[in-house]
Write a protein that binds this ligand. Structure first.
Ligand SMILES: Cc1cc2nc3c(=O)[nH]c(=O)nc-3n(C[C@H](O)[C@H](O)[C@H](O)COP(=O)(O)OP(=O)(O)OC[C@H]3O[C@@H](n4cnc5c(N)ncnc54)[C@H](O)[C@@H]3O)c2cc1C
Length: 350
């Protein structure tokens, strides 16, 4: 089967490796140069373990990170690791066409996707495909070009996150606040990160109280974060964001399939997004192995296998539950951020 993988992130590279193990030679197109990625606090949940085990990098990843809640038998529920270590391990010896952007899908007269147009340093070229796999992230240009709809639900809260060069005191800690909001920290051998939900006030207002106030609040609400927080020296290490949940009613149409973040994205406290995407890659590689001559049958099989895995996570995402209950409970004293909002907002709530 001629397979073109659009996007050489964690899921795209993993899919390529799994397909190669099954005798396929997919083409991977990645718009960024080799080795470029967005640094972030990252934990790999157990959902991704079998897939990384099969591609031969699980032990390496675990040895470079810190286990979360390890058990006596040596197993663990998750590992906190510098995300670049995973991407480097996946990229090793894997053919990827970097700096190639997919700009168009090619359709046959009855509307089936039969290839892509990619733009690279040498110009524009058309690549025929029996199956185009979108591994191009939440904003997925391929999903949009294919006309597959995504439902994007903004969470009712914003997030404040930080990244510190100081290794954390713990691999993971998290607490819920009185209004259902959450605060957490991740630690790995080279650094640490934190996140918390806050009022949706925009970056300027969220950062206005200043670095010292942010550090004081974090340590007070989550004492386990103290070591990582101590490494924060600039507001540039702190970010405001407005998270979304993403789901798609349909994951495929003839000739094109969505997997990973292009198909679904979960709330920040779940820690499952990549694990579910890696499971998608594994299911698709198996479906292709079973139906090497029929990409529609492979996609149909993929959908049958993944529906009972992915849809419950989508339905029960704690972020989605908070959309329903938002405003019914208030933060406890000292929990609201930014604190200046405390009086004005509580005055507006019945
Ligand atoms: C801040 C943050 C924190 C996160 N923390 C966690 C966590 O702790 N645990 C967890 O499990 N998950 C986490 N996630 C999610 C996790 O990073 C993703 O699920 C994982 O990286 C897999 O994504 P992906 O490969 O499907 O998409 P991406 O990582 O988004 O990769 C998509 C790739 O496609 C490329 N691309 C896009 N458009 C084109 C195009 N037209 N042509 C060619 N290439 C293209 C992009 O350059 C990119 O490399 C986090 C995400 C963010 C943003």
């Amino acid at each position: 089967m001629n397979i073109v993988i659009c996007g050489g992130g964690m899921v795209g590279m993993t899919l390529a490796r799994l397909l190669r193990l099954r005798g396929q030679e997919p083409i991977v197109l990645e718009r960024m140069p080799a080795g470029v990625f967005v640094p972030r606090g990252y934990m790999l949940g157990f959902q991704g373990f079998p897939t990384f085990d099969e591609v031969g990098i699980l032990d390496e990843i675990r040895s470079q990170g810190w286990d979360i809640a390890p058990r006596e038998d040596g197993s663990t529920v998750a590992v906190c690791v510098q995300v670049g270590r995973i991407l480097d391990a996946l990229a090793r010896d894997l053919p990827v066409e970097y700096e190639h952007t997919v700009i168009e899908l090619v359709h046959d007269p009855i509307g089936r996707v039969v290839g892509v147009v990619a733009e690279g340093p040498e110009g524009t070229r058309t690549i025929p495909a029996d199956l185009v796999v979108a591994c191009d992230g939440t904003s997925s240009p391929v999903r949009q070009m294919a006309g597959l709809d995504a439902t994007i639900d903004p969470l009712p809260e914003g997030t404040l996150t930080w990244m510190s060069p100081e290794p954390g005191g713990v691999s993971f800690a998290m607490a819920y606040m009185s209004d259902g909001g959450h605060i957490g920290t991740l630690g790995w051998p080279q650094g640490s990160a934190g996140w918390r939900s806050i009022d949706k006030v925009g970056a300027q207002a969220a950062l206005a109280p200043g670095l010292d106030a942010i550090k004081e609040m974090w340590i007070r609400l989550l004492p386990d974060s103290e070591k990582g927080v101590s490494g924060l020296t600039s507001l540039d290490q702190v970010r405001y964001g407005e998270p979304i949940l993403l789901s798609c009613t349909e994951w495929w149409k003839p000739g094109v399939l969505l997997i990973g973040d292009s198909a679904h994205f979960f709330g920040p406290e779940t820690g499952v997004s990549s694990g579910i995407g890696l499971g998608d890659a594994h299911a698709l590689a198996e479906a292709v192995r079973q139906f090497p001559e029929d990409s529609d049958a492979a996609c149909q099989n993929f959908t049958t296998w993944r529906t009972p895995v992915v849809r419950p996570y989508e339905a029960m995402d704690p972020g989605r539950q908070r959309i329903l209950t938002f405003g019914q409970r208030q933060p406890g004293p000292g929990e609201r951020w930014p604190p200046a909002e405390e009086s004005s907002r509580s005055a507006n709530v019945r």
